[in-house]
Design a protein around this ligand. Structure first.
Ligand code: NAP
Length: 458
């Protein structure tokens, strides 16, 4: 074979890294890569999942942009797989496809009351504050007391965005509607719940430290949470450098709390309460609305897990966010593991439900391995998938239409208002100029129609 045509579905870091690695790989054939994305703009989770007050991580976009701008990849935005383009279309035009569609839904928490008014998934809130075009423009921020379940970095993002004063976010790229919404947020208390102890958190030190640096917020600690005898934590976890650093951060917060209690420091206007050893058991609901979270106190079992104690507490709140993990979405005609929210695969080779390889179909990123790991981990993941893809050339599809012109023609015939790389540059410049006028780096355009119109120069 002298030339391979590859379709990649999903233009987040996973898809873009896969394209980059294939272009750079040693191979004895040419490649043509078409990158399809359901949103009008590329970059997936970096644009729509990373918190706006994390410019360093958002900066990954610069590296991703270099890949897209290399001139070796075509970008088709605003194209929905399964709707605008089917698996049969891909088989007609390409030798193989890699799905890199990520995970953008919230994992479900099976406790009574979770569907009440005022109970939200973190992923939906993140989509709102990151200006995702497919979520409503307004978000109900009316609660003075708010709960966040989970001890991972998403829980930290959500907590920071809820507890920060909106004016402190004006240096970021948050859209106008998000600033207006956060400005009216009456929050005073935020309660963050972990079902295990302070040494078992999934936070990373940098992000945890940052939470304590938010202006006008006191970190409130329950000393009972630090009183357990826990040989496993002392012997096993204490050897972990990250755990040691995070323990030190929390110890500093405990000292600050003691100083506040002694009247040595002025209290802030907002408080962030850390609740460890607190397993959610029920969302307390009145007249259909969240009024509290009932938790059962847990204790270390000596092996890294917990035991229930039969001791319950209710913390009053008017809204609740669960940040207990993301979950992938099924794709048309592609096998899906409903229990894990991933495409079943062997090192990236997609498998059917009997465990046999589906020829020509591959997966990478969170839809392949589940929603864990930092953005950088996606690179080694993409490499693994590409190794399988390259080894499989015998079983690739044999497209009838291998001509680069036919895909834009097909999309135009179907009336799909797709965007391309030039269009993305237009939108990018438009957002930067909106920011410049307001003295900010960027202001995101949120509406899908407006994004598409600007991209297409209409
Ligand atoms: P995560 O790191 O897996 O954390 C999930 C949290 O939810 C854990 O504390 C887990 O507790 C808890 N949880 C799960 N099921 C629960 C239940 N039924 N009841 C109570 N708690 C429950 O997931 P994530 O926060 O969604 O983050 C996903 C990945 O993205 C991570 O690798 C994260 O580091 C990364 N990320 C990074 C950043 C950054 O700024 N660097 C920002 C966002 C996300 P257990 O530990 O007890 O299971």
């Amino acid at each position: 074979m002298s030339k391979m045509r590859l379709a990649i579905v999903g233009a987040g870091p996973a898809g873009i890294y896969a394209a980059d690695l294939l272009l750079k790989a040693e191979r004895d054939f040419e490649v043509e890569i078409d990158l399809f994305e359901q949103l009008p703009a590329p970059y997936g989770l970096v644009r729509y999942g990373v918190s706006p007050d994390h410019p360093r991580i958002k900066g990954i976009i610069n590296a991703l942009r270099d890949v897209l701008d290399s001139g070796q990849i075509r970008f088709f935005g605003n194209v929905r797989y399964g709707q605008d383009l089917t698996l049969d279309d891909l088989k007609l035009h390409y030798n193989a496809v890699i799905f890199s569609t990520g995970a953008i839904r919230d994992a479900m928490l099976g406790v009574p009351g979770i569907d009440a008014e005022g109970s939200y998934g973190a992923a939906d809130f993140v989509s709102w504050f990151d200006g995702h075009p497919d979520v409503p423009r307004t978000w109900p921020l009316e609660a003075a007391s708010v709960g966040v379940i989970g001890n991972g970095n998403v829980a930290l993002d959500v907590s920071r965005m809820l507890i920060k004063h909106a004016d402190d976010l004006l240096v970021t790229e948050i859209p106008e509607n998000v600033y207006e919404g956060l400005k009216a947020n009456p929050i005073e208390e935020l309660h963050l719940f972990g079902r295990r102890g302070p040494k078992y958190v999934k936070f990373t030190p940098l992000e945890l430290r940052e939470l304590g640096e938010v202006r006008d917020v006191d970190m409130v600690i329950d000393e009972r949470d630090f009183a357990h005898a826990d040989p496993y934590a002392d012997e096993v976890l204490a050897k972990n450098k990250q755990v040691t650093v995070m323990t030190r951060i929390m110890d500093k917060w405990r000292d600050e709390q003691r100083a506040r209690e002694a009247g040595e420091v002025e209290p802030s206007s907002r408080r962030l309460h850390l609740h460890f050893w607190s397993k959610p058991v029920e969302v307390v609901v009145e007249d259909g609305n969240v009024v509290g979270l009932k938790v059962e106190r847990t204790a270390p079992d000596g092996e890294g897990g917990v035991v229930d104690t039969g001791e319950f507490e209710v913390i009053p709140m008017q809204s609740l966010y669960r940040a207990i993990g993301y979950f992938g979405s099924p794709l048309d005609e592609i096998p899906f593991d409903e229990s894990r929210g991933v495409i079943p695969n062997d090192r990236g080779r997609v498998l059917d439900l009997e465990g046999s390889q589906v020829p020509g179909v591959y997966a990478t990123g969170w839809i392949k391995r589940g929603p864990v790991g930092l953005i950088g981990h996606t690179k080694s993941d993409a490499m693994e998938t590409l190794e399988q893809l390259m080894a499989d050339s015998e079983t690739w599809w044999q497209p009838e239409q291998g001509d680069a012109g036919t895909i834009p023609e097909l999309l135009s015939e179907r009336g799909v208002p797709y965007t391309n790389l030039d269009g993305w540059h237009r939108l990018d410049e438009h957002e930067l100029s909106l920011g410049e006028v307001a003295g900010r780096t960027r202001i995101k355009v949120v509406s899908r129609d407006e994004m598409t119109r600007i991209s297409r120069g209409e």
